[in-house]
Design a protein around this ligand. Structure first.
Ligand code: ADP
Ligand code: C5P
Length: 244
């Protein structure tokens, strides 16, 4: 819950300013944990607000000719595989209310589509989803709420095999090899240690309707405070932290 304070306090005016910005949610978790599924469920329930989903995958770097030839030796699960500077710039622009052009990534050919992009406009809520969105402190600092989707590794691997063979043009052997060589070690080294930054941890991903309902309720409350600030600019609402 929040409380109302004097309009003259400079610190509360700063807080009011920050409330007027879009509400930024980070959603992290291991591969195939259900991050996208959880985001889609949140977006569906926030139908009366403008929400944009930004995938960290959009910021995968393109591979050099040499890297493309030896793609099985490339680690797509290391933080360096992403252009984090570009992602940071995009989220900062969106947070300021500007529109951005996001790259579109092609998992089959391991490269960005050079001829097309996705235009994303100003919105009330920005959701940034990806395996390593909590890795960089500057990105974390832009988030108002951080969610970690926690799904057992065997369930994730089973889902990944199905998804990568059906949707990403891989064969079962290459999925298993990549998982053992890069995906699992990087999960242990980078993804799991970033779980400590989460405000909310969702066990079982999209199956956990109670957690998703609670999160949506919280976002509605925050957006309600946002609207209050727009209608009554002289009344400042102090935000409180959210814990489950
Ligand atoms: P992530 O974004 O974390 O990679 P996704 O939400 O895309 O995960 O889910 C990965 C795969 O698992 C997709 O094919 C999706 O359809 C499937 N999936 C996700 N959640 C569930 C669930 N609760 N039950 C069954 N399949 C699921
Ligand atoms: O959707 P998900 O979170 O699973 O996407 C991240 C995964 O995509 C990483 O674990 C990485 O191994 C995989 N990936 C891939 N090939 C690419 C880019 C990413 O297999 N070209």
């Amino acid at each position: 819950t929040g409380f109302l304070s004097s309009p003259r306090s400079p610190s509360s005016s700063l807080i009011a300013e920050s409330i007027k910005q879009p509400f930024v949610i980070g959603v992290s978790g291991g591969t195939a944990s259900g991050k996208t599924t959880v985001c889609d469920m949140i977006i569906q329930q926030l139908h009366d607000h403008r929400v944009v989903l930004v995938n960290q995958d959009s910021f995968y770097r393109g591979l050099s000719a040499e890297e493309s030839e030896r793609v099985h030796e490339y680690n797509f699960d290391h933080p360096d595989a992403f252009d984090t500077e570009q992602m940071l710039e995009c989220i900062e622009k969106l947070k300021k209310g500007n529109s951005v052009h996001l790259p579109i990534y092609d998992f089959k050919n391991h490269r960005r589509c050079s001829e097309s992009f996705r235009q994303v406009n100003a919105s009330d809520v920005i959701i940034l989803e990806g395996i390593l969105v909590f890795h960089d402190q500057r990105v974390r600092d832009l988030m108002n709420m951080k969610i970690f989707v926690d799904t057992d590794a065997d369930v994730r691997l089973a889902r990944r095999i199905r998804r990568d063979t059906v949707e990403r043009g891989r064969d079962v052997n290459s999925v298993l090899e990549q998982y053992a060589k890069f995906v699992k070690p990087a999960f242990d080294d980078f993804v799991l240690p970033s779980k400590k930054y989460a405000d909310v941890i969702i066990p079982r991903g999209g199956d956990n309707h109670v957690a998703i309902d609670l999160i949506v309720q919280h976002i509605h409350t925050k957006l309600g405070q946002h609207d209050l600030c727009k209608i009554y600019p002289n009344i400042y609402v102090i935000q409180s932290t959210f814990q489950v």
